[in-house]
Design a binder for this molecule. Sequence first.
Ligand code: AQP
Length: 339
Amino acid sequence: MLNTISSQRIFSGIQPSGKLTIANYLGALKPFVELQQSGAECIYCIVDLHAITVWQDPTELKHSTRLAAACFIASGIDVNKSILFNQSQVSAHAELAWIFNCVSRLGWLGRMTQFKEKAGSNRENSSVGLFVYPALMAADILAYHATHVPVGEDQKQHLELTRDIAIKFNNDFGVDFFPVIEPIIEGVATRIMSLRDGTKKMSKSDPSDLSRINLTDDKDTIVKKIRRAKTDSYPIPSHEAEISNRPEAKNLINLYAALSDTTRDSVMQQFGGKGFSEFKDQLAELAIECVSPVTHEVNRLMDDNTELDRILATGADKAAIIARPIVKKTYEIVGLLSQ
Ligand code: AQP
């Protein structure tokens, strides 16, 4: 798919809700770079307004936003080819989100599994922002009339909602204004799981640092985390049929396949029947090979906050030029008087 969409407009984002992980790299940043290389017009956003749907320490949030920007650039996003900015600097996102809050139905939002997972048993005490998160995500994408959105598997339901919102808006107002977007969810890295629990996705906000590999982890930390990754007491599976009830084994095999650009089958052919110890050492080596150059560059970029802030502000100016007329036209369609 990647090579057939060079004439399209790509939008995607990452929350600065912690340190970016190897799952964010494999599931998002790496495909973002491939899309940039395909020649498509790419708009990448650090979605800080999404991050504050759960509590963020203000000083930490600023740091995490710059860190995320550094991770994008260190992973290969070229700010002269792609637009990179943080969401709160472009008011179109919040403005369009309000319109979409009025288009979305309570029932649609109530069915979102991410809300149910994040709100957990404390639903009554979760923020309204967390509930309407998917309407803001629809605004992020549709403010640019983006056509394609690369994401990991966890965002699939939100993208279906973006399609529903675009269709309902167009029907309600009798227009053909918002595009019905196509998700791009490809490869073995679309759902990397926690190193401590193969049934939970790897998340930058997981309370356990051992559950994930951060893009800022040093070599020793990566080795330690992979050695301590949960496995079972059986040998490595040799066939697809043997992994269905072994989430931790499946996850490490997936991670190996993603890092070595190969398939799960070929990893199982190489290691099937062996113990996890040698496999984990080789997996740690691959993870270090992937993460170390990024970490090195991130550290260099984080030495100059002024330059990172300048890059984000320049990106925001470019993004606003695209989004402003789309919001203006939306207001006109809805019947809001504006200059
Ligand atoms: N485990 C994952 N495997 C593959 N892709 C993943 N992504 C996230 N986790 C995985 C992809 O990374 C992009 C950015 O995600 P996000 O920051 O917007 O929010 P998220 O999906 O909720 O990611 P996290 O790391 O789990 O953040 P927190 O802990 O704050 O909720 C998306 O494309 C996502 O699919």
